[in-house]
Design a protein around this ligand. Sequence first.
Ligand code: HEC
Ligand code: HEC
Length: 434
Amino acid sequence: MKRNGSRSLGFRIGALVAIVALVGLAWGLAYYLRSKPGQPTSSRLKGSIPNNQPLPNPGGEAATFSTRGSINLTGEYFKLQGKNGQSCATCHIPEEAWSITPATLQRLFDETDGRHPVFSLLDSNNPDMDVSTKEARRAAYSMLLTRGVFRRGGAPKPNFEWELIAVDDPHGYANLNRLVHWRRSMPTINFALGSATVNWDGGSTAGNDQHAGLVNLANRLVTDRLQGPPATPEIINDIVDFQTSLLTAQLTVTGVGRLDVDGARGGPEALSNMKKEEGGFNLFDAWINSPDPNRAQIARGQEVFNSVNVSHKSCIVCHNSVNNGTNMDNDLFDIRTSSVEARTPDLPLYTFRNKQTGETIQLTDAGQGNVTGRWDDLGLFKAPTLRGLAARAPYFHNGIAATLEDVVRHYENNFGFVFTDQERADLVAFLQAL
Ligand code: HEC
Ligand code: HEC
């Protein structure tokens, strides 16, 4: 009896252990599946893309040309580096000139009920918001969904030339010690012809050394955004080398066709053969007398861009790297995109005071001023590459211009340019073809 009893007890213990182990295994599997971060990229493309593969966008098609021969979508740029389910390619996708648009963010939200890893509390309107239901998530991520802007920011430092004296944040998160800056994802392209300034506000810039700036940024993002351990130099180099191999541009415009034919030099492959030099755009010189009215219009728009406006201003004073449009001197500029006049109700408004003079200024984003601490740098932003624009609306750091026509109107309404209806239409046609 005793022996039998202990044998059956042993059996029962064994069975219990087996059940516990099985339940544990099942729970572990369920947990693994649930916490499996889904897609570390927001792109629908997998594997690799051939050079010059046309990818549709609202204006026609854009394409990427890699100096490596094709675009490998499996490197470190596409891998999870940390625990929040994101990779670099969560917010920089090939279909959208390596940025990401609100339309794609809305699609990802709908496909996953707002659980795609791009929807991280780090980018919610306010990290204290409820995200327990789909509708709560839709409200918490409205800035991403409507405008495609990610939440960045930082604290003003005591040694700055300015101090923050008032804050009006419609999302209730910014305060006198915490600036919230809403920023569009920047295209990680065309660095070969680009400036050394890295980030909208130059926050990762390393003097004139573009490569060092990109290394700075990648290192910072892996820990701060992807929430990973510090990356090895091998991983960082893989990411930076990948980015600097990419050239992206519009390849076709609907109703016009290819942009690299009959003497024109649009598209990414032509760009890969160009040098970084100072000047205006010359992609469409050959089309100026084209019998095709659409081609001629694009070429006229290029002339409007290159010329001095009746207001004595010129687009290429700032966008002066040939056929790319960043700034050759790595300068940042104030084009009134963070001004009170350009503010939309969903953006915060900050009042800054100069500690020396007592002068005040109101802006929706401190721009470079929160990097350098200098009064004169408040509201300054990087002049980004102007290629592949049609793939990545809305425009400007805060997405306030929904279309390229809105961009041009911003320059008219807030910066003093004066265009005829014809000039404006030509300029927009040119920007669509970049
Ligand atoms: C959650 C979305 C998100 C993720 C993930 C992300 N980025 Fe970005 N990226 C942005 C936003 C937003 C900006 C603009 C921020 C700013 O400058 O204020 C940006 C800017 C950049 C820029 C600046 C480009 C320029 O012209 O100055 C580079 C380069 C870049 N990202 C590379 C990366 C790399 C590399 C990774 C992965 C390690 C990465 N990003 C991950 C959203 C993201
Ligand atoms: C004083 C310098 C300056 C002048 C002049 C200027 N730009 Fe810009 N441009 C910038 C800066 C800086 C930005 C980024 C501003 C921001 O996002 O806050 C920008 C952004 C843009 C963008 C949006 C790019 C994007 O990725 O969102 C377009 C398009 C553009 N400029 C076209 C033009 C055109 C067309 C003209 C002439 C009518 C022009 N620019 C004149 C400095 C300038």
